[in-house]
Design a protein around this ligand. Sequence first.
Ligand code: ATP
Ligand code: MG
Length: 352
Amino acid sequence: MTAVTDQPMTPAAIRSAELERQIAVDPGRFRVLTGDRPTGALHLGHYFGTLHNRVRLQDLGAEVFVLIADYQVLTDRDVAERLGAYVEGLLLDYLAIGVDPARTTVFNHSAVPALNQLLLPFLSLVSVAELGRNPTVKDEIAHSRQAAVSGLMYTYPVHQAADILFCKGNLVPVGQDQLPHLEVTRTVARRFNERYGPVFPEPDALLSAAPLLLGTDGTKMSKSRGNSVALGASEDETARLIKGATTDADRHITYEPATRPGVAGLVLLAALCLDRDPHTVAEEIGDGGAAALKRTVTDAVNAKMAPIRARRAEYAQDMGQVRDILRAGNERANAVAEATLTEVREAMGMFR
Ligand code: ATP
Ligand code: MG
């Protein structure tokens, strides 16, 4: 992992570097679970934060599960709108970036009842106070579209524990916002094992070099905050979105994430697309100002995304085949979830 973000190495980043060493030696030891909420189109934050890691791990030979977290759409809104269209969009994005359904299981959790049943014993393992302290939950409540906070919002990290542990996932490639949730999963696994005997691994987060990509407004790029550039956006749309991005009054372009988040976010985006160092990218633009910076970013994003967008358009011609991929993934996820639930019931001594 290269430290392109220039931030000091956090404990999670240090752990990720150690995991990378282990992955290089024995990728087959890892079972990977990651996923996304079908709340909109996947964006560049997803791509550099987690998506490319999924494909890399798949190609290295790790077993990968990719979850479309449909129940979790309801954590911060009353109705899951356009669910079918967003699920199809996610499937297209996965296929376009190189997720191979022959090797990777793609599923949606509402289609896997045994996974959801794990939520009941897992909820008994955490306190209400612990749920209330979660910083990501607090941030999501701040951006929620609901007048009142639902029970699903508070229990969502525990639901994620079920998502990860149903397949005994031990590696979770995520963005930085997910670290507090992963701590909940680790706590649930540890407490379950202590109480009922060893059943679950304590999974690790795998951070990428861009664990928190900013959006066009200078805050975390998020599909439901209207500040993102979608993987499937057209070249013109990409240019328009980047043109509207927040910068600052200083014409001299530098890479200083702490003091110039807007400019640094754009520089980083170009650097990631070009696979170059962000300081060098900034130096080359120099006194060109925000306009030159935005041109560089737009060209870099459009060039990087061109093959992905072409593949996406190809897959979109046969949506029947795309939906069949999800059906097959759900079948496999159900078999895995039922086996784990049987183990859990036996460990807990439940009557069958
Ligand atoms: P929403 O606004 O609906 O919550 P989101 O953009 O936050 O959408 P999620 O589906 O919640 O996307 O997250 C999917 C995965 O992408 C998670 O692993 C998350 O950490 C990662 N991710 C999301 N946004 C970013 C970002 N800006 N930078 C890096 N990783 C990100
Ligand atoms: Mg989110």
